[in-house]
Design a protein around this ligand. Structure first.
Ligand SMILES: [Zn+2]
Length: 276
């Protein structure tokens, strides 16, 4: 376990050190991938990726994106418990929670805070919260939107297991189980419970969480720029077979700038990004 943590810390340091190199990461992803997995095994520093004027060393210096993919690969981050597949990396920024992968029972994120952004409602509510790193990124995203005359409103962030349960039951009661499972997550399988996801809309469409937002100026801006701040459109158009959800242009998920940029450039989904 401590080795994992150590590796993670090393990876984080590398992310900082290598972020300038990463700007070029969009092209030649496959080559970088191969190189990276090679260095993962040997633990050697790839001279092509290591910053030349940096004094550190000894630590592994893989391509950070490849390291993240390896550490969070779908097959390695899930364990069967009582017939359910439970993720073992719930606190990772790259955790994948979906219809086939649940959070551990009673999971609560460790560092929920309220981002200082405009919400579509004024009352206190748990849905105002996100994990700290995601909340800070959201503030930057919203500030940048505003500078570009794009008015976004946060609608719904963190959702506890309990609240997900009542929402899901509401859909089952009003629309039936099959519909409920298409539009809402079974308790324990909602990405909102990770504290890394938030639904965003705009007053221009009445702050609705509907496909119409994707066609609005604000929705288009969000799709084009979210990755610059570490977010992805988690449920893209025509992605239902992979993500399990219909297109949700309003649901953004924090994964960090490097992963978000790679996913954006590859026009892929989080599941495919971590497939290996
Ligand atoms: Zn959502």
């Amino acid at each position: 376990m401590s080795r994992m943590k150590h590796r993670r810390t090393a990876t984080m340091l590398l992310l900082l050190a290598l972020s300038s190199v990463l700007v070029l990461g969009g092209c030649g992803t496959d080559a970088a991938k191969e190189k990276g997995s090679e260095t993962t095994q040997t633990g050697e520093i790839d001279p092509a990726l290591a910053p030349k004027d940096d004094a550190t060393t000894g630590e592994e210096a893989n391509d950070p994106v490849t390291s993240m993919q390896t550490e969070n690969a779908l097959a390695q981050t899930v364990e069967q418990q009582n017939g359910k597949a439970i993720v073992n990396n719930a606190e990772s920024m790259l955790v994948v929670v979906n219809k086939e992968r649940s959070l551990p029972d009673g999971y609560e994120p460790p560092d929920l805070v309220e981002p200082n952004v405009k919400f579509s409602f004024s009352e206190e509510h748990e849905k105002r919260h996100m994990r700290k790193e995601a909340a800070e990124a959201l503030e930057k995203l919203f500030a940048n939107a505003e500078e570009n005359n794009i008015e976004l409103n946060a609608v719904s962030g963190y959702r506890s297991y309990k609240r997900q349960q009542s929402l899901y039951n509401y859909y089952v009661d009003t629309q039936g189980e099959e519909y409920a499972s298409r539009v809402s997550a079974v308790p324990g399988t909602s990405e909102h419970q990770t504290g890394l996801a938030i639904d965003v809309s705009s007053p221009s469409v009445g702050n609705v969480l509907e496909e119409v937002f994707g066609g609005s100026v604000e929705g288009k801006w969000l799709a084009e720029h979210a990755h610059e701040f570490g977010f992805i459109i988690r449920y893209p158009q025509d992605g239902e077979a992979i993500t399990g959800y219909l297109y949700e242009p309003w649901h953004i998920r924090y994964v960090g700038v490097e992963a978000a940029t790679a996913i954006y450039n590859q026009k892929t989904t989080l599941e495919q990004f971590l497939q290996e």
